[in-house]
Design a protein around this ligand. Structure first.
Ligand code: CP3
Length: 345
């Protein structure tokens, strides 16, 4: 597996391994066809055969090096008793419940048992996947999941979430700890079921004031990484902290891959960290518009030439992205491997 070779052996390739965040999703007509059979997104996430199907869909179209299991970061609150649903063009909605009593009740729930369909979907996907392709498991990082739980889905309302922390410091801390524990359980389940690497999505990292990075972002991350490593000593872990790439040096003691968003340059982050494997960072807006797509891809490849690197987007693919642009991306990667900068066959 090329992707695992980069992470574990720091191998470098002229054509790096590639996958796209949110590659299984609404830009694919075949995804929309399966999706249309479900009113309830969460029910879809627990339907084993359809999860396997949509996980594999992008790999049938494009030469991608990894599949990411189709699921969602909001599985955790949903399974633990805070209902999650999706209304068209409204993003996620979460049930308005008292989080104090949520916590009390959630402690008694047999979390792992409820996740068995996900475990089976991972096993089945791994079976159907070519041995050269990696299977990626994932979770949200605790803060990102908690922002949805506290704001009930309104992701622009971070001030409210931070206020909640000030007004209820004990409850906030207990929730963060609890979600951290459940994240560890979820990722362990993914690993036991057969994924080859896990990614932790801290998509709303940038909403945290810098002074709180350690408490809210890095301590939970350390706990997750170290707990997983206790059981799986060198298991590959990718961390994606959107908007905080410039602070990655604060967690460079962790032996993890760093996911870079499109606001940073790959080279700057590589220079900030010593000898870390990086993943990133084509702007999903460039992929959407198609403007200077090949040029930006080549720039990233040039910057990361000779370094252990996984090509990806800087954030999830936009649902309106034309398939033809994604095809251009893979073609550009193919061609670049025969080219030197500015000089092509
Ligand atoms: O990457 C993949 O292809 C695997 C599947 C995956 C989904 N969500 C499926 C999904 C992954 C890795 C996620 C992660 C996720 N979910 C994140 C972190 C990544 C990121 O983009 O920052 C976040 C913040 C969520 C929460 C969430 N779930 C949002 C914001 C949405 C979109 C809501 C909307 O209507 O725009 C979802 C729903 C969701 N999860 C969809 C998919 C394909 C689309 C919903 C649908 O098909 O109806």
């Amino acid at each position: 597996m090329k992707l695992i070779d980069v992470i574990k052996n720091k191998k470098t390739f002229i054509k790096p391994p590639v996958w796209m965040m949110r590659q299984a999703g609404r830009y694919l007509p075949e995804y929309k066809q399966v999706r249309a059979r479900y009113q309830d997104f969460m029910e879809f996430c627990f339907s084993i055969d359809d999860v396997v199907e949509v996980t594999l869909q992008p790999l049938r179209r494009f030469p991608i090096d990894a599949a990411i299991i189709f699921s969602d970061i909001l599985i955790i609150p949903h399974v633990l008793g805070q209902k999650v649903w999706f209304e068209t063009n409204h993003g996620p909605k979460l049930e308005d419940i008292n989080l104090n009593s949520f916590l009390e009740k959630a402690m008694d729930i047999n979390f792992i048992e409820k996740l068995l369909p996900i475990s089976q979907a991972i096993q089945k996907t791994r079976h159907s996947l070519d041995q050269s392709k990696a299977l990626i498991g994932f979770s949200g990082a605790p803060w990102t999941v908690l922002t949805y739980m506290i704001s009930k889905g309104k992701t622009n309302n971070f001030q409210k979430v931070l206020e909640f922390r000030e007004i209820n410091p004990e409850l906030f801390r207990s929730l963060l700890n609890f979600i951290t524990e459940k994240t560890i359980d979820l990722l362990k389940l993914h690993i036991q079921s057969g994924v080859n690497v896990v990614q932790i999505f801290e998509s709303w990292a940038s909403a945290v004031p810098e002074i709180l990075y350690e408490e809210i972002l890095f301590q939970p991350l350390r706990k997750i990484v170290l707990s997983l490593r206790e059981f799986y000593p060198d298991f590959p872990i990718i961390y994606y902290g959107r908007g905080i790439n410039a602070f990655y040096n604060k967690i460079q003691d962790l032996d993890i891959v760093f996911g870079v968003d499109e606001s940073s340059s790959m080279k700057n982050i590589y220079n900030l960290l010593s000898q870390k494997v990086l993943q990133g960072n084509l702007s999903p807006h460039t992929l959407l518009s198609g403007q200077n797509l090949e040029g930006e891809i080549q720039l990233i490849l040039e910057e990361m030439k000779g370094y252990p690197f996984i090509f990806n987007l800087g954030h999830g693919i936009n649902k309106d992205t034309p398939i033809s642009h994604v095809e251009r991306l893979f073609k550009a990667l193919e061609i670049s491997s025969h080219c030197t900068f500015n000089a092509c066959l």
